[in-house]
Design a protein around this ligand. Structure first.
Ligand SMILES: Nc1ncnc2c1ncn2[C@@H]1O[C@H](COP(=O)(O)OP(=O)(O)O)[C@@H](O)[C@H]1O
Ligand SMILES: [Mg+2]
Length: 294
């Protein structure tokens, strides 16, 4: 049992590192048949995403249709709804799956570094640029670049990105040479880009370019049946990590299902992780640290 657990942990880590979600899914199936994950034995999952609600089924169908085409995809949805997982699924299900998937959170990087992160720089381009550095667009050649929180990209950077998308070539910061790149761009945001375009804080031409197809991720509160599936999934994962076999009581599940989940799946995951630490054999409502309907 411990051997199996170790093997699986290694498999999962490896698949995650390489962005190989098909393998992660296979590992998960194997895991489901192990006694430690007994409560999770019936968790429905596709493309590495847990879910069986009508909205998630519709999303799975769209992912299956859109992924193999090479079009730009804009993923919309509240925070914690799984936008990054969907971006990875699109990559995994595409012809580019064997090439790199490079992700950048446009809100997390200071404006002056974002250009270098995406397009690279040459030695001496700015203070601290001790050597040449490849940007994500070059590193991902043949694969996918995921631009998370694209709504937070500064206007000047938006203009540069648009040029790269139109011309299919990048120029590293401080270089006077451009080179061709072949990447598919998947972007995500929880902002209303239409409103931002009207306000002049997002470029309409870039929006059109990114938004060839858009996928709207449902909030967790619109996916009622999925709360139970996700809860069992996350609990199964905690159990594998801790080597314990904590269960979920019906009363606790009822409390989970009554929540509004403003932080969506990420919040549910965190609540279960914490509860599984405090619970004895079974998670009870008081272990959740939540109020009914809160
Ligand atoms: N359908 C899902 N099945 C399993 N895990 C999920 C699902 N949706 C989200 N998660 C998990 O929830 C967390 C937040 O997902 P993420 O893709 O980062 O959300 P977002 O980018 O929309 O904020 C991650 O740990 C992710 O693995
Ligand atoms: Mg995200």
């Amino acid at each position: 049992m411990d051997d199996l657990r170790r093997q699986l942990a290694a498999l999962v880590a490896e698949a995650k590192a390489a962005g190989r979600f098909a393998e992660l899914e296979a590992a998960w199936r194997e895991l489901q048949s192990s006694p430690a994950a007994a409560p999770a034995a019936t968790v429905p999952m596709r493309y590495g995403l847990v879910g069986d609600s009508p909205k998630m089924r519709a999303l799975f169908e769209l992912i299956g249709k859109v992924a193999p085409s090479d079009v730009s995809v804009l993923i919309l949805g509240e925070t914690g709804t799984g936008k990054e997982l969907v971006a990875r699924a699109l990559h995994e299900q595409s012809k580019r799956a064997k090439k790199p998937f490079m992700a950048e959170n446009c809100a997390a990087v200071p404006e002056n570094l974002l250009e270098s992160e995406l397009f690279g720089h040459v030695r001496g381009a700015f203070t601290g640029a001790a050597g040449d550095r490849q940007g994500h667009f070059t590193a991902a050649n043949g694969g996918t670049v995921f631009l998370d929180e694209i709504g937070d990209m500064p206007l000047a950077m938006q203009a540069k990105l648009l040029r790269v998308l139109q011309e299919g070539e990048v120029r590293p910061v401080g270089s006077n040479k451009t080179h061709k790149v072949d990447v598919r761009v998947v972007a995500a945001t929880n902002k209303d880009l239409a409103v931002m375009c009207k306000q002049g804080t997002f470029r309409e031409d870039l929006w059109f370019r990114l938004n060839v197809v858009s996928l709207q991720l449902p909030a967790l509160r619109e996916r009622k049946g999925d709360v139970a599936h996700l809860a069992h999934f996350f609990l199964g994962r905690c159990n594998v990590e801790t080597g314990r076999q904590v269960g979920l009581s019906a009363a606790a599940l009822q409390v989970l299902e009554a929540q509004r989940w403003p932080g969506n799946v990420r919040e549910l995951e965190n609540v279960l992780r914490r509860a599984s630490v405090f619970a004895k054999d079974e998670i009870l409502p008081e272990d959740l640290g939540l109020k009914l309907g809160g």
